[in-house]
Design a protein around this ligand. Structure first.
Ligand code: UDP
Ligand code: MG
Length: 309
């Protein structure tokens, strides 16, 4: 029998933990048919509600339910990493606990693994039920990423993915602290089959991602998988040097031809402000990369485990 590990990050999800289990168990006939054993690894990402108690209740009913509980909220990326570390299965799947990643898709996903793919990923083709402004910025992010990064990051890609052991080991070998798993999947390579599905709205509870949290996460993605912003800083520098050079020539010619004394300090102040603004902006970009490098150099653990069952 081969083992399938199901990794489920949870943060304040007491309402959905049991529903998820019930929904996943509906796949039992499929597991039996394929001679698959399963383990469910709930990662409690420092929840403040009754999530841990709910998971423990499930563990009493079914010893295939495991849990890693964090000492505080480390974020979904850290939760997925912890899951990958704990998973013992030949196959590993990550999914959200809120049932936005339908467990009923598993048999189809598995059939592609059997057909020889190393990983089966999912993307949603619609963003129904999502605030329009959020969808707009999400699309913008993916378009930008496509342009500035060599690593493929697919629009609408979810973290719902079935992988072989080989791919999981590859992901685990990427030990960076600032994790952007969607990029890491692309970076490690392997043959990936994409399945598409319509967006499913969250059954219970509410989203843990505010607009600003998502925004910060997208910056994380850009910085983790592209150095284009740094190049942008250099290009701005070159452009402004060229502009200054042209202006010097214009002023010299003007003075020689018309004997016109240089006038207009207001325009000078404007230019000064503009250029110092650009300078600070570019320094900020460099500072951001430096800050990320600083965090990496510290080599702090990605998460701290408080309890494990
Ligand atoms: N999640 C987590 N840690 C966090 C935020 C979210 O483990 O800091 C989990 C959450 O419990 C859920 C999944 O990540 O299982 C996706 O979160 P959510 O449904 O809130 O995001 P959305 O689907 O709205 O993007
Ligand atoms: Mg969700």
């Amino acid at each position: 029998m081969k083992l399938l590990s199901v990794i489920v990050p949870c943060y304040n999800e007491e309402e959905t933990v049991a529903d998820f289990y019930a929904e996943l168990i509906k796949n039992k006939p499929f597991f039996e048919e394929k001679e698959l054993d399963y383990e469910i690894i709930y990662i409690d990402d420092g929840s403040k509600d009754g999530t841990v108690a709910e998971i423990k209740k499930l563990h009493e009913r079914d010893e295939r339910v495991h849990m890693v509980s964090f000492s505080r909220n480390f974020g979904k990326e850290a939760a997925m990493y912890a899951g990958f570390e704990q998973a013992k299965g030949e196959y590993v799947v990550t999914m959200d606990v809120d049932l936005q990643d339908p467990p009923s898709l598993l048999p189809e996903m598995f059939s592609h693994i059997e057909a020889g793919y190393d990983s089966v990923a999912t993307r949603r083709v619609s963003r129904k039920g999502e605030p329009p402004i959020r969808s707009f910025f999400a699309r913008l992010f993916y378009r930008l990423m496509h342009k500035i990064s060599k690593t493929e990051i697919v629009d609408g890609a979810r973290d719902y993915r079935l992988m072989t052991r080989q791919m999981v080991d590859a992901i685990l070998s990427v030990k960076e602290y600032n994790r952007f798993t969607k990029g890491i999947y692309g970076w490690v390579g392997f043959r990936t089959k994409w399945l598409e599905f319509e967006n499913v709205e969250r059954k219970k509870g509410e989203t843990k991602w505010s607009f600003w949290k998502l925004f910060a996460y997208s910056l994380e993605g850009i910085m983790a998988f592209s150095t284009a912003p740094l190049a942008f800083a250099s290009i701005m520098g070159i452009l402004f040097c060229a502009l200054a050079f042209v202006m010097i020539i214009v002023i010299i010619v003007k003075t020689l031809a018309f004997g016109d004394p240089t006038s207009g300090w207001p325009s000078m102040i404007c230019i000064l402000c503009l250029i110092s603004g650009v300078q600070l902006f570019c320094m900020g970009i460099i500072g951001q990369y430096l800050a990320k490098a600083y965090m990496e150099v510290k080599e702090r653990p990605i998460y701290i485990c408080k309890e494990k069952i």
